[in-house]
Ligand binder design. Structure first.
Ligand SMILES: [Cu+2]
Length: 180
């Protein structure tokens, strides 16, 4: 009965229970059977917690810099985020030159050229982002001096490229995102 009600308790209390698991086990060591039941229940609860509680939110800042087509770049050129996290990315276009628009497109490693080319066909109305399984997240095109915040779930563990698909900005504008 006590254990059946666990799943209805707030995730914070469950997290606390799990954190204190070691101690709880010690106090109930005398009753072997009881401890076994508890371990099984704890595992079940842990699974439920992973599915139900909100993901860890990771805030990242990324900028686009440069005033001409040879100087444009992402800053930083690589980012690392934890697996299973929710990413809150603030992307700032620090370029000032007229017409120096940028976007952020997270793509499968090595697919930058293909996506950038398809992005030009997708056009301005689609923020130069093509519909593709190789696109994991993207921002709209950001004006000079402006910033935008987007949220997305971290893709599975591995390495990805982020690129700007504004016409002509690839391959100068490329960076690498690692999910660990
Ligand atoms: Cu750009």
């Amino acid at each position: 009965m006590k254990y059946n009600t666990l799943k209805f308790i707030s995730p914070f209390i469950i997290a606390g229970l799990i954190a204190c698991g070691g101690e709880t086990k010690k106090t109930e060591k005398a009753e072997e059977k009881e401890v076994k039941t508890e371990e099984t229940t704890t595992e079940t609860v842990t699974e439920e917690v992973e599915q139900n509680i909100e993901k860890e939110v990771v805030e990242i800042n990324l900028a686009a810099t440069g005033e001409d087509m040879t100087a444009i770049a992402f800053e930083p050129k690589s980012l690392t985020i934890p697996a299973e996290s929710r990413v809150k990315l603030t992307f700032e276009n620090k370029s000032q030159a007229a017409g120096m628009f940028h976007n952020f497109v997270l793509v499968k490693l090595g697919s930058g050229q293909e996506i950038a080319t398809a992005g030009i066909k997708a056009g301005k109305e689609n923020n130069f982002v093509p519909k593709s399984q190789d696109v994991f997240a993207y921002s709209e095109v950001v004006d000079m001096g402006k910033s935008i915040t987007i949220e997305f779930d971290a893709p599975p563990k591995g390495s990805y490229h982020y690129i700007c698909t504004y016409p002509g900005h690839y391959p100068n504008m490329i960076g690498r995102l690692n999910v660990e």
